[in-house]
Design a protein around this ligand. Structure first.
Ligand SMILES: Cc1ncc(C[n+]2csc(CCOP(=O)(O)OP(=O)(O)O)c2C)c(N)n1
Ligand SMILES: [Mg+2]
Length: 404
């Protein structure tokens, strides 16, 4: 075995693991397409073909204590974090044994107890402030954890993305945001919605670190993302990783992607992440034909069993639809990671207040707002408090003009 020097070394077992997960993701994807054509998938089906190295390589950098929130093209990440193919199969087929009991399709499920997976949020961008909050919570509890989520090129143009990244940066949250630049947001090419060559450049607006990585090279994806995760864990603040890859299918099964120039598919097909990694493993003598065949047989065997299990799971009973909508004493709402109060208060808590606000809203009604350059002074909290909570503006504040 002649492995190149790596900053974050991977053992032979780990290298084969990466192949196993990427190949499993693809085979599962193709199995789901067959089920879709048999009319067994309820709802839409989103493929991550072509993006396996991005999803698997990034998720593989996380430790057990870390948290992730997947999006639609992160089935690979779900498998790495410990979900089984049957969970994904049953979820898409809306079977009662699925993680949501047949109530939701696609990969809209999580596991807050064991695997530390926050369920996807369909509104693109919204997972960024949520995972920033998880990161801040983890830090507050002194857990040294890192959180991660993924967002598409299109998703980086939402308001929630920018608000969330700004919050993460201002709070120096231990959070890694992976931008899956797969060249398309539905039928819109990146160049028509972002005036930037590299989406990693977006990080400059928040003063945070960023990386660009070849998203079809799983070893590079792992190395780069690992560095980002370690930086975040050290307390250096959030990191943006742009992974350049390609969505090799339409947005979902209903979309034939006729708007994608055929030569673009040809270009990326020649850079298929799985085929490239097979060559990488062979050239460095990490495996031989026998090992490859063993992994293939293992995947075939496992998927057959998982499919059988999923197909034997019934559809949910109709009355299930009205259950679990509201909490009716099914559980008490309290954190499972609750700690004694003295552990989460200074000096044991890991976060010290980094700033103070002096002279803001003093009890005597004095305004803390600096004198504005103009003639008016904004109303302040103190002015309202001094007036018994009425909304009378402070002296000198601009008053709305009455309409005649
Ligand atoms: C805020 C918001 N706007 C629009 C949508 C509808 N929508 C879902 S996926 C999608 C395209 C997303 O493209 P991109 O972010 O590049 O991710 P990709 O599908 O390429 O992985 C759109 C417009 C949404 N879910 N949320
Ligand atoms: Mg996209």
């Amino acid at each position: 075995m002649e492995l190149p020097e790596m900053k974050y070394p991977l053992s032979r077992e780990q290298l084969l693991d990466l192949y196993y997960f990427m190949r499993l993701t693809r085979e599962l994807d193709e199995q789901l397409v067959r089920l879709f054509r048999q009319n067994k998938v309820v709802g839409g089906l989103y493929s991550s073909i072509g993006q396996e190295a991005t999803s698997v390589g990034t998720a593989y950098t996380l430790e057990k204590r870390d948290w992730m929130a997947p999006m639609i093209r992160n089935v690979g990440g779900l498998l790495v974090k410990g979900f089984r193919p049957r969970d994904i199969l049953m979820q898409y087929m809306a079977r009662s044994g699925s993680p949501t009991g047949g109530k939701d399709g696609t990969s809209h499920f999580g596991d807050l107890q064991e695997r530390h997976v926050v369920s996807p949020i369909s509104m693109l961008g919204d997972l960024i402030p949520v995972m920033t909050g998880v990161a801040m919570g983890g830090r507050y509890l002194g857990q040294k954890l890192v959180t991660m989520t993924w967002i598409g090129d299109g998703g980086t143009s939402t308001g929630a993305f920018h608000e969330g990244m700004n919050l993460a940066a201002a709070q120096r949250a231990p959070f890694v945001c992976v931008v899956e630049n797969n060249q398309w947001a539905y039928s819109t090419p990146v160049a028509r919605q972002v005036p930037l060559h590299d989406l990693a450049e977006r990080a400059r607006a928040y003063g945070i670190a960023s990386y660009v990585v070849d998203g079809n090279d799983v070893v590079a994806v792992y190395q780069t993302t690992k560095e980002a995760v370690e930086r975040a864990r050290r307390g250096e603040g959030p990191v943006l990783v742009e992974s350049k890859t390609m969505r090799m299918k339409g947005h979902a099964q209903h979309d034939a992607a006729v708007y994608v120039p055929p030569e673009m598919f040809d270009y990326w097909k020649a850079r298929d992440p799985i085929a490239r990694y097979e060559t990488w493993l062979t050239e460095r003598k990490v495996w031989d034909k026998k090992t490859k065949a063993e992994i293939e047989r293992r995947i075939e065997r496992e998927l057959k069993q998982e499919l059988e299990f999923a197909e034997n799971s019934p559809l949910p009973e109709p009355e299930v639809a009205e259950r679990g909508v509201y909490c009716e004493g099914c559980h008490t709402i309290e954190a499972h990671w609750e700690r004694p109060i003295e552990q989460v208060q200074p000096p044991r808590a890991s976060v010290q207040a980094a700033w103070t606000v002096s002279n803001f809203g003093g009890p005597n009604g004095a305004s803390a707002a600096p004198e504005a350059a103009g003639k008016t002074k904004p109303a302040t909290v103190s002015a309202r408090a001094a007036n018994g909570g009425t909304k009378r503006p402070a002296r000198g504040a601009a008053r709305p003009k009455r309409r005649r």
